[in-house]
Design a protein around this ligand. Structure first.
Ligand code: DNO
Length: 346
């Protein structure tokens, strides 16, 4: 298992030097943020990123994310150009040493929460998603914006995109995803870059927009669209785990045994009775996920892909990007490293 940590580039208050000080940390997971979604990343920016990471004594081999342009998800004629750009990004990143690219196929919004700073019983703050609040949220009016969302949309553009999605139901989204995969996976294979789709978070439709990478049945369908190792998963325990219908340990075991997991995002969530959830510390008793069983499933299948501790709470007075502070993620990293070490001695 290769331990990695997400870094948001020079703007990130979490410095590469701090990440390097986490025992066992190997790779940096990052992206080029200086071009709009859908454009080709400049070789200059890719090379600069690589140099920064390597100067800090870390390895540059995972990208999260190369975002998929909305026209591809919508299946518009302009997707042809954006898919060509995507292929070019795969080629350029491969030449810079990238082995895995994480992406998602969620319409418009990436991960969604209803509150970013919920104070938990111990005084830490965490991201939460309360069903009741979610049902009342209107992205066309509300002010909430998350670090994962494309902030370049104005309210008017967003309204236009929502109108376009009125024609896209789940089946259409599936066929647009299939079209995209059939185009890019051959390039990924040729350039030896594993593509790893991130599941939808939360794993059900929101704001009337379809979501399809949500559960075991749909992931099976996804893997068969292009039945090739280069068409794989970022298995996010928190995203899939926030649907009580998902048996996360069973799914990790199944997809790891098929060799289709290339990247693990490991975090814990506490499920509430009405389907809401609160993000919690990685330690299993803090939430509803059994992290030890998840690690055992990976160990049993000799998992050799990447892993990163996903979202942390804000603790010890840290401020910063919601979910992506240093301290709690570093605690998570050490918890996972400890479990992995123990499994190796049994
Ligand atoms: C949330 C992240 C996601 C992920 C994208 C991948 O914290 O895991 O934003 O990066 O969905 O494209």
């Amino acid at each position: 298992m290769k331990f990695s940590f997400r870094w948001y580039g020079e703007e990130d208050p979490v410095k590469l030097q701090y990440i390097r000080q986490i025992p066992g940390m190997r790779s940096i997971v990052t992206a080029v943020y200086d071009v709009p979604v859908g454009e080709v990343w400049s070789t200059y920016s890719i090379t600069r990123l690589k140099e920064q990471v390597e100067q800090a004594g870390l390895i540059f081999d995972v990208i999260e994310s190369v975002p998929v342009h909305e026209d591809i998800k919508l299946g518009l004629p302009t997707r042809v150009k954006y898919i060509e750009n995507y292929k070019e990004n795969i080629r350029r990143l491969s030449k810079a040493g990238i082995k895995v690219i994480c992406y998602n196929f969620m319409p418009v919004f990436d991960w969604t929460r209803t509150q970013l700073d919920k104070v938990l019983a111990d005084g830490s703050t965490a991201l939460v998603c309360y069903k009741e609040q979610l049902e009342k949220m209107d992205p066309l009016r509300g002010e909430l914006s998350l670090p994962g969302w494309d902030s370049s949309y104005t309210k008017d553009t967003l309204a236009g995109i929502f109108e376009q999605y009125a024609m896209v139901d789940e089946e259409t989204l599936w066929s647009n995803l299939e079209y995209f995969l059939k185009e890019i996976i051959p390039v990924a294979e040729e350039y030896d870059v594993k593509m790893a789709i991130h599941p939808d978070d939360p794993p059900y439709p929101i704001f009337g927009l379809p979501r399809i990478i949500t559960d075991e049945k749909n992931i099976d369908r996804f893997l068969k669209l292009v039945d090739n190792q280069y068409n794989g998963l970022t298995f996010c325990t928190g995203s899939l785990g926030s649907g009580s219908f998902n048996d996360v340990v069973k799914m990790v075991d199944k997809y790891a045994s098929m060799g289709r997991i290339h990247f693990m995002h490991i975090r814990n969530v506490k499920l509430l009775a009405d389907g809401s959830f609160e993000e919690s510390a990685h330690y299993s008793p803090c939430g509803s996920m059994d992290i030890v069983e998840i690690m055992k499933a990976l160990y049993k299948n000799k998992y050799d892909g990447y892993v990163r501790p996903d979202h942390g709470r804000m603790i010890w007075g840290e401020t910063g990007r919601p979910g992506y502070g240093l301290y709690d993620r570093a605690l998570g990293a050490m918890y996972l490293t400890g479990i992995w070490e123990t499994l190796g001695k049994e």
